[in-house]
Design a protein around this ligand. Sequence first.
Ligand code: KE4
Length: 428
Amino acid sequence: MSISNQQMFERACQLIPAGVNSPVRAFGSVGGTPPTIARGAGARIWDVEGTEYIDYVGSWGPLIVGHAHLQVVQAVQAAAKLGLSFGAPTEAEVEMAELLTGLVPSVEKVRVVSSGTEATMSAIRLARGFTGRYKIIKFEGCYHGHADALLVKAGSGALTFGRPSSAGVPPEVTAHTLVLDYNDSEMLEATFNEKGSEIAAVIVEPIAGNMNLVKATPEFLQTMRALCTHHGAVLIFDEVMTGFRVGLQGAQGLFGITPDVTTLGKVIGGGMPVGAFGGRSDIMQKIAPLGPVYQAGTLSGNPVALAAGLATLKLVSEPGFFESLSATTSQLVDGLLRIAREANQDFSGQSVGGMFGLYFRAGVPQSFAQVMQADADKFNRFFHHMLDAGIAIAPSAFEAGFVSAAHGQGELERTFDAARKAFSRLQG
Ligand code: KE4
């Protein structure tokens, strides 16, 4: 073994704040030293010590076809040989636009950027420019990336570290951000009744994956849709996580609700830096240089990154892809529920397409408050028992999990064996 995880992480911490380039990777809430990953293949990853793990994080969603998929790697290699970036129109960007607008009917026009944060930040600015209003509504526990206006009672890493609202964000900025309770239609309606004429947009994770997995109720989203239409506010579905993860048409396809703007990321990059925002033509026309809302990016639509995204989207578009992925994911959750019941643990879980939520509480949470009632300490102990057994789940009780098309019965059986031991050790 050339170097240990501990030594590697100590090196990282010398020069990188907390040794990571994104907080959720630091194991801050679960404790311990995160393994430094050297490589991945299919459903597996290996750390620098050569230890193998079955991976249920998948880079937080993008690796839906598995690590180092041959067709994805070959597409990236072929694109790279033609040059890495030009800062000029390329065919790959046209192909991506045609694919996204073809697969997501609500997206009539689309712009590609380099991250989910850029997508949501741009969508908010666009909604404000389109309506001439400044207030936005988000929901506690939802995470939409780290743009100033959205780092208010956010989920994901902000929630994991117990600081859902970030320092460094001027109160003048967050004064325009109204934070409501997820799945509370009455609160939403009351807010619109009071401030409807000031509201530029509502941004929502239609299936929340950043306070662990919490499904919106159809009634909540239907109410949201009706209120935005009535008051002239832009409805933004943040599908950075759910897009091409819960189904080919994302959460909007499952609910049958049409947002005005959709933000995308993760899967559409296949592991490379890609985000996108798109929607109604009349709204997208406001984006520079056509309209007055500025938005730009040196590497937006990068052809090598899009090669990974295009190859991934072609694979997920194959007949039966989501049926198979959903079946594997629900088989995973059902197996864990059965094992937890046998161990008399207060434990619940659910899955939607290729994402899942596990909760150390009886009953699946319907709200942020219910998520917070889960036993985070027990989750943290479970996390380490599973990691020690070679099963890598998200290092936070407030994150969803992800299955790839490369996960099969062998991976599930190994996971169930590890879970039996982990749950029995929790009883001690
Ligand atoms: P990125 O800027 O991280 O590409 O996307 C931000 C974002 C926006 N919207 C939703 C619904 C998201 O889930 C995300 C990012 N998700 C987290 C995982 N919970 C990214 C992981 C991380 O921060 O390292």
